[in-house]
Write a protein that binds this ligand. Sequence first.
Ligand code: SAM
Length: 371
Amino acid sequence: MAERVIPLADHRYAASLPRVPLDAAPPDGLLADQLGRELRDLRISVTDRCNFRCSYCMPKEVFDKQYSFLPHASLLSFEEITRAARLFVAHGVRKLRLTGGEPLLRKNLEVLIQMLSGVQTGEGKPLDLTLTTNGSLLARKARVLKEAGLQRVTVSLDALDDATFRRMNDVDFPVADVLTGIDEAQRAGLGPIKVNMVVKRGTNDHEILPMARHFRGTPLVLRFIEYMDVGATNGWRMDEVLPSAQVIARIHAEHALEPLEASSPGETAQRWRYRDGGGEIGVISSVTQAFCRDCNRARLSTEGKLFLCLFASQGHDLRSLLRGSYSDEQIAAAIGLIWRSRDDRYSELRAARGAEGGSGQRRVEMHYIGG
Ligand code: SAM
C-alpha cells in the first residue's frame, strides 16, 4: 500500500467549530475548567513567521523557502484580536501576551498594542500587557511599543557566545544586536524584563554560567527553559533535556541560591534568588516537573484557533465565530463552554508515561500556536 503523506498545513488547520450554547449566563470572571483551573492568561500569536530558524522551534529543513506561511487574509485582524481579547477578559483573563512567530514582524504592531491597552477589567483596572520577542528588532521598536502602551517584554536569548548564538538561531544573527535591543527596552521602561534561555544539553548548556554571570546584579530576570517536545518537527529527544535541577545546581555551586515563593498563581517559572542579593533567576521545568495543575493559560493562534494546551493537537475555530454573525454574548458563551470542558494535562501524562512518552497524536507547531 502506498504511504500516505500528510502535509504539515493540513494539520495546522485542524480545529473544530465551537458550539454556541443558547442558555449561557453572561461571563462573571469566575470561569473554571474540569480540574478547577481558572482562565487568567491569554497568549496571542500575531504571526506564524519568524526571522530566526532555531532548530528546536522552526528548523530550517522544514521551514524553508518552499514552506507556505499563512496568507494575510487568514490572520486575525487587529479589530478581531481586540474583540476576542475583550471577551476573554470578561471571563477573567488578566494578562495578555503577544507572541508568534516573531511578533515584531507583524506590521503596525504598535497599533494593536494601543488598541489592547484600552481593554480593561470589569473593575476598570488595566491588564498586564506584555510581549515575547527574539529581540532582533527591539532596538528599533522599543520606544514606539512603550508609547503605544506595552508594559514589558520577555526576550529570548540562548547564548552570550556569538558563535553559539548564531548557530542556534541558524540565520547567523549576532548576539550583540539582541543585547542592544535589551538595553533599548530597558531605557524605554519596558521592565521588569525577563530573558528566556532554552537549554539544550550538548548545544548551549556551557552557556548557563556565562548567562547567569552576565545578568546577575541587574534588574533583569534570567529564566532557563527545559527543551520541550512541542510540535512535530524539532526531533526532540529526552537526552537533550537538561533538567532544571541541574541548572540550579550548577549556578548554586558558584553563587548560593534559595527558592522564592511564586509571585502569582499559575506562574510557569519557579523562582530563585541569590543569597547575597545578586537578584533573581527562574527555571521553567515543563518536562521534568510538569505544572499542568496550575495552568491558567489559553492560546489564540495567528488565524484565530483557540488552543488550551501547548501540546494540543486540535484547536477551536474562534475565527469562524468572529467572522460570522455572532454577537459578543454568543462568542463569550462559546469560549466559556470550551474552557469549562477543558481537562487536558499533557505534560503530567507524558511524565507518567515515561521519558519519551508522547501522546501519540501530532501536535501543532509552537511558532503557529504562540510560545
Ligand atoms: N519569536 C519570539 C521569541 O523568540 O521569543 C516568540 C515566539 S517563541 C516560539 C517563544 C518562546 O518559545 C521562545 O522563548 C523560544 O525559545 C521558546 N521555545 C520554542 N521552542 C521551544 C522548545 N522546543 N522548547 C522550549 N522552548 C521553546
